[in-house]
Design a protein around this ligand. Structure first.
Ligand code: CP
Length: 376
């Protein structure tokens, strides 16, 4: 039985942000692959974390569909990030973990990062991929139902990773699908694996956030620029952030809308001890924020809407010197490319961690943890 352990290495104090700032490609270090912005070390997570009960958390994911962030708790998120860090830092021997498994990536809506990082994750674990890069190449173009497509997938693959513009698409395909389903974004619903990736980046940046009770001076005031109620990635990130009660001291949502949060999140927000406020004044709150999460595109039924042009994060907007900016990407005008070559840029590191986090999730969901042997 493999057990996650520690590798001897020289580390900075693990309470400090574990980052190096990339000035040019020549500065690139050994671990991750983003070309600009903060480069995060997976060793930060490996050195910091208390390892008890991690495997139990991960084993409970075997055979399960991943459709909503509420399925996770803080310990499971940390355990997934720990496995992802082991994979990223090459602290494991992989015994072809997904050998014999076929993943179906069924994308009925456009994607750059999610589909390709999932497919990369599967291929790097020696699995195989059946890819639907556009729903119009399926029977959907002739009026076929998602329920019927789900029935077909039962014999074509071992796990289905689906993105769809309709919020009820998860429910529709699950009418007949018996394989684990990973929700890669459903309309204005959720994008749970993006939220896991976001926390993977945050924990590498400041590993002490993993602690059940993080020291008060290390806790973060998190600002969310956007409309969580209609932005699935933001909604999932906020939902997961509410679980980190010992790490997040306050959440401020910055939006032009009177009720940007929506019904789906009202209960967990009420139940969480983390105070939350809503403002429409970005400049007013920016100097208080350690982490600024930005997103512009909101889903409104079958159309999209961009955030108002006054919500723009750039080098002149008043960011706190040590703060980091997160964005699930793709971006528009709301996030200036001026920030790419600065220490505020955590968004490229978010994207760079996606393959490892998705590898960790697939290994757990497909019950192949014992094909991953840690190098002591
Ligand atoms: N973050 C994200 O979901 O990106 P894609 O739309 O490119 O998949």
């Amino acid at each position: 039985m493999n057990k996650f352990g520690r590798r001897d290495s020289v580390m900075k104090n693990s309470d400090e942000p574990q980052v190096e700032e990339i000035k040019s490609n020549k500065d690139a270090g050994p671990y991750s692959a983003n070309s600009k912005g903060l480069r995060l070390s997976p060793r930060a997570i490996l050195e910091h974390h208390d390892q008890s009960s991690e495997m139990d958390c991960l084993r409970r994911l075997a055979g399960r569909s991943i459709v909503h962030p509420k399925q996770f708790d803080r310990k499971t998120v940390v355990a997934l990030c720990k496995l992802a860090a082991l994979l990223e830092n090459r602290n494991v021997e992989l015994e072809k973990p997904l050998d014999g498994k076929i993943a179906i990536t069924a994308f009925f809506e456009a994607s750059t990062r999610t589909r390709l990082s999932f497919e990369s994750a599967v291929l790097r674990l020696d699995g195989k991929v059946l890819s639907v890069p556009d729903g119009q190449v399926t029977g959907i173009a002739k009026g076929e139902s998602l329920a019927d497509i789900g029935e077909m997938f039962n014999t074509y693959g071992d796990v289905v990773i689906m993105r769809h513009p309709e919020t009820d698409s998860v429910e529709q395909i699950q009418k007949n699908l018996q394989r684990p389903l990973i929700n890669a974004g459903n309309g204005s619903g959720h994008h749970p694996t993006q939220a896991l990736i976001d926390w993977f980046a945050l924990l590498k940046w400041r590993p002490v956030l993993m602690d059940e009770c993080c020291p008060k001076d290390k806790r973060i005031h998190l600002g969310i620029v956007g409309t969580p109620g209609s932005m699935r990635a933001v909604k999932s990130f906020l939902r997961l952030s509410l679980m980190f009660t010992g790490a997040v001291k306050k959440i401020t949502v910055i939006s032009e809308m009177a009720d940007p949060v929506g019904l789906d999140l009202s209960e967990p927000i009420e139940e969480s001890p983390i105070p939350m406020e809503i403002t429409n004044d970005l400049q007013d709150v920016l100097p208080e924020l350690e982490v600024v999460y930005v997103k512009s595109i909101a889903f409104l039924g079958d159309s999209y809407r961009n955030l108002h042009s006054r919500y723009k994060v750039d080098t002149r907007c008043g960011l706190k010197p040590d703060s980091v900016v997160m964005h699930p990407l793709a971006r528009n005008e709301e996030l200036s490319t001026e920030l790419d070559n600065t220490g505020h840029n955590l968004y490229f590191a978010q994207a760079a961690g996606a393959v490892f986090l998705r590898q960790a999730l697939l290994i757990a969901v497909l019950d192949r943890l014992d094909h991953v042997v840690e190098i002591q």
